[in-house]
Design a protein around this ligand. Structure first.
Ligand SMILES: Cc1ncc(COP(=O)(O)O)c(C=O)c1O
Length: 415
């Protein structure tokens, strides 16, 4: 099979083929992709997340030090000494696991403490934690929205949000477009019981910021509630890193604040913050919370400390923003199209799957770790290279990336 003639979406379902037949056909596609060295997913790291990471080359087996622009560890808290120490202490005190689901004996005092700290950090009455951000978004939405309700989603919302809406009606509005949102809100006003507008605070593939102040105003005007997913905003935007509501000075006005604990907070898990009655409702109806073992003590311990570090060491966020400004200037002066990116996520939009894969392959050969994002993650005309910056990247790392990208950009005629 010539894999360059297909995309992954072609194998999502194959007419008349059962799962084993479909798997065999997909294996042909993957094998050819691998032979062309276009497969840049699941690279194995031997060192963990850091600005420079040891990676095993999947084709040669060689161990290489790569400048790593694929991480969401925006403040490098995965390796922060205080965060590591707190994780060790929790591991020593409570052991490796929580032992049970949160409602039936799995709740530890450090889980409660983390939930209280998150509620305060997000200016909400209460918060609850999950073991993944995907599980918190999907599990919360599934528990809240039913067939008489409606989820009003931005077209670029994260998959965990879309999957959470399987039991309800979905209406989409054009990405970050307030006229489009207003039209949907007007049409939905008298048609559904609950209307919930759900947006990402910072969009994971585009790096732009939702117009949350306008979204909240419009939604409330038309009798809808708002949920924001702060996965890529927490720790990054807002004067104190509290995220999108802080960025727009509307803390306390968003009905549901969701997010992950796996990106700037450096560990793993997800959270929902809202009014106390709503959190209590979700705790008793969200199946991915009820039927899943509670977060590991080590993660909870690390996360409590990570929140403190975000509050007590603003210089980390300032360093991240110095890097964002420097790198943006470099990429735009070279002539790359960055769409509306404003944060630590830089999409280099190319609009040609094959070129994206080829350029990523060449970057990897130069020890530059960047991620290809192609159809169906984004539409074909918007396929891109996704770069994410962290506070720990140095000028040297960024200059090296700019040099390689400039030369490849010219070679592949994208600048
Ligand atoms: C916007 C957004 N929401 C939710 C998630 C899921 O979070 P987690 O990785 O913690 O499951 C991600 C990505 O991982 C994301 O980018």
């Amino acid at each position: 099979m010539d894999s360059t003639k297909y995309s992954q979406a072609d194998f999502a379902s194959i007419e008349g083929k059962d799962i084993m037949e479909r798997a065999a056909i997909f294996a042909e596609f993957l094998n050819d992709t691998r032979e062309r060295r276009h497969l840049q997913y699941r690279r194995v790291s031997l060192s963990g997340s850091a600005p420079v990471m040891q990676v095993q080359d999947p084709y040669t087996g060689q161990i290489r030090d790569m400048i790593y622009f694929g991480s969401n560890d925006y403040l490098n808290l995965t390796r922060h000494p205080r965060v590591i120490k707190a994780g060790h202490e929790a591991l020593d005190k409570y052991g490796a696991g929580a032992g049970s689901v949160p409602l039936l004996g799995g709740t530890l005092d450090i889980h409660v403490r983390l939930e209280e700290d998150l509620a305060r950090f997000k200016a909400c009455e209460a918060a609850m934690i999950y073991t993944s951000g995907f599980g918190s978004n999907a599990g919360t939405l599934i528990s809240l929205l039913q067939k008489d309700d409606c989820a009003i989603l931005d077209m670029l919302d994260h998959a965990s949000i879309v999957d959470g809406c399987i039991n309800t009606n979905i209406r989409y509005f054009s990405h970050n477009n307030m006229e489009s949102l207003e039209r949907v809100l007007k049409r939905s006003r008298d048609k559904y019981r609950t209307k919930l507008v759900v947006v990402d605070g910072v969009y994971s593939m585009d790096g732009d910021i939702a117009k949350l102040d306008q979204i909240v105003e419009l939604a409330h005007h038309y009798g809808a509630y708002v949920m924001v997913d702060e996965a890529h905003a927490t720790g990054v935007i807002g004067d104190n890193g509290r995220g999108t509501p802080e960025h727009f000075h509307i803390e306390g006005k968003v009905d549901i604040v969701a997010g992950t604990l796996s990106k700037a907070l450096g560990a793993v898990g997800g959270f929902i913050a809202a009014s106390k009655p709503l959190i209590d409702l979700i705790r008793f109806y969200s199946r991915s919370y009820i039927f899943s073992t509670a977060m590991t003590p080590q993660a909870a311990g690390s996360l409590i400390e990570a929140l403190k570090v975000i509050e007590e060491e603003p210089e980390l966020r300032q360093k991240l923003w110095d890097n964002i400004r420097y790198f943006r200037k470099g990429l735009t002066s070279i002539g790359f199209d960055l769409g509306n990116a404003e944060t630590a996520i830089f999409p280099i939009i190319i609009g040609d799957d094959l070129k994206v894969k080829e350029i990523c392959r060449r970057c990897h050969e130069e020890n530059l770790y960047v991620n290809p994002v192609v159809y169906p993650a984004v539409s074909k005309k918007l396929s891109r290279i996704r770069i994410s910056l962290t506070a720990g990247h140095t000028r040297e790392h960024m200059d090296r990336a700019l040099d390689i990208l400039e030369s490849l950009g010219k070679e592949y005629s994208i600048i």
